[in-house]
Ligand binder design. Structure first.
Ligand SMILES: [Zn+2]
Length: 144
């Protein structure tokens, strides 16, 4: 179950969280999002498929696809979205220090994820994993 936690204490740098996400994904789901092959090699933050030659990143086909934000902001946004009722984009924009448009779009994507993957999200939330694992697995849900 999720308890209060300080994201920036657990992940002091953007890279520390990227590495965590990478390892989480690497362990759980090492398949190509395009052709579902498991013949994958890794290069920096990218996966390269040896079958179809497509490259993908940790965030391909997730709500974070092509995001330019620090991934920790997504982690914090998800946490607030799930555990503070009805957060406004104004509130989110001030907490994350992003502009209101960005905050608005994040909430839209989180809503989409929540509405369409509620069962998956609920089963992750009630699992015995750590907070950061639960929330990160939710962020990594394939929406396509
Ligand atoms: Zn492939």
């Amino acid at each position: 179950m999720i308890k209060d936690f300080n994201i920036y204490e657990i992940f002091p740098t953007e890279d520390s969280y990227k590495t965590f996400l990478y390892n989480l994904k690497f362990k759980n789901l090492l398949i190509c999002p395009y052709c579902y092959s498991n013949k994958i090699s890794t290069y920096k933050n990218l996966f390269h498929c040896n079958i179809c030659n497509n490259k993908s990143s940790i965030t391909t086909n997730t709500i974070m696809h092509k995001t330019r934000l620090d991934y920790r902001k997504w982690l914090l946004a998800l946490y607030l979205f799930l555990f503070k009722e009805n957060i406004s984009y104004r509130y989110l924009s001030s907490i994350l220090n992003v502009n209101k448009n960005t905050a608005y779009n994040m909430i839209k994507k989180l809503n989409y994820l929540y509405i369409n993957f509620k069962i998956e999200i609920m089963s992750l939330i009630t699992s015995n994993s750590s907070n950061e694992e639960i929330l990160s697995n939710i962020l990594l849900i394939k929406i396509k």
